[in-house]
Write a protein that binds this ligand. Structure first.
Ligand SMILES: [Zn+2]
Length: 332
């Protein structure tokens, strides 16, 4: 398989994995297939006879073994911050296995992961701390639906939060504007404005869940599933505004030394999450944090979800978007 083809595959994948393979001639039915997509699954697999035969200068997947973490000093740069034209890296079985190893072990730092700069890490800590203080005052559920401007205003007018500093706001603006492919997330960006607002009239707080859902299709789908599967089906995460996504994404990155790539393997970067537009997460009552692990597949609720046809992955196993497998995520 040619390197370029693999890159095209990843780029096309941002539209939809199903179409991704078809956009590349050697996967459209003719010739020998090097990546395969089993019917009815978002999975890709590698043929054993995959042989690299060509090269180009695109750099995604570049091997960087033995290097220090790549500190990122150009957060605002939406170009390819890790681009280099030195040498031609072939896409071969190793590259593909390398890619899969990342999303199969999302919390393991990887040799080509992109990190926030030391200074940005410091600023992100301040941002996370300010978010924490806001959550303590408005509550988890309300924080999930706060807009960016509203959050800045709240901080400004709340004594124990204090206004976001200019460098904190600038960094969030830069992070939001940045193309997440820079650090390995290949999904679409359903929210393109940092100032996007969630209208209070459009949402409904699901009792006992601590989460909101959008009225209409999203809420109807949850109610339908709940009716079919019963009380043991719980809503574990509903609407997440850009601000809430920032909070989760930043906290994840900070837990791993500012590793943006690692964070994006488990959490869509701000703006890239479909939780802002209607997707939601479900779980088995009483299963706790296990609901966000692959162990969820072993629960009676997952088995019912699967049997009743509700399982339609946004992030399937071995997907092409740079994201871990999320069997608990319900795509709208
Ligand atoms: Zn989700």
């Amino acid at each position: 398989m040619k390197r370029r083809a693999f890159i095209q595959l990843l780029v096309a994948a941002s539209l939809a994995p199903a179409e991704a393979l078809a956009t590349i001639p050697q996967f459209d039915g003719g010739g020998s297939k090097k990546l395969v997509r089993p019917a009815g699954n978002d999975q890709i697999a590698v043929d054993e006879d995959d042989v690299a035969t060509d090269s180009d200068h695109n750099n995604a997947g570049q091997q960087r073994q033995g290097q220090e973490p790549q500190r990122d000093n150009a957060t605002a740069d939406s170009g390819h911050s890790n681009a280099t034209t030195s040498g031609d890296t072939l896409v071969n079985e190793e590259n593909i296995k390398d890619y899969l190893s990342k999303i199969r072990a999302p919390n393991t730092p990887h040799h080509d992961d992109i990190y926030a700069s030391a200074q940005d890490v410091q600023t992100l800590r301040q941002v996370a701390d300010r978010f924490r203080r806001i959550v303590a005052r408005v509550g988890d559920a309300n924080f999930c639906v706060m807009g960016f401007d509203e959050t800045l205003d709240f901080a400004k007018t709340t004594a124990k939060v204090e206004p976001f500093a200019k460098d904190e706001i600038d960094l969030m603006v830069q992070l939001f504007a940045r193309n997440a492919r820079d650090y390995g997330f290949y999904g679409e960006k359903p929210v393109t404005s940092l100032s996007a607002v969630i209208n209070q009239h459009d949402i409904y707080k699901v009792p006992y869940s601590g989460n909101f859902l959008f009225r209409g299709k999203s809420l109807e789908k949850f109610i339908r599933i709940r009716k079919d599967l019963g009380e043991n089906l719980i809503l574990t995460s509903g609407i997440r505004s850009v601000v809430k996504q920032f909070y989760l994404f930043i906290n994840k990155a900070l837990r791993f030394d500012g590793n943006l790539s690692l964070a994006s393997r488990s959490l869509a970067p701000p703006g890239y999450s479909y939780h802002a537009t209607g997707d939601f997460d479900v779980g088995q009552r009483g299963f706790g944090p296990g609901n966000f692990t692959e162990d969820f597949i072993g629960t009676p609720i997952y088995k019912r979800l699967s049997k009743e046809g509700y399982v339609q992955y946004r992030y399937g196993r071995d997907n092409l978007l740079g994201v871990r497998f999320e069997p608990w995520h319900i795509k709208l």
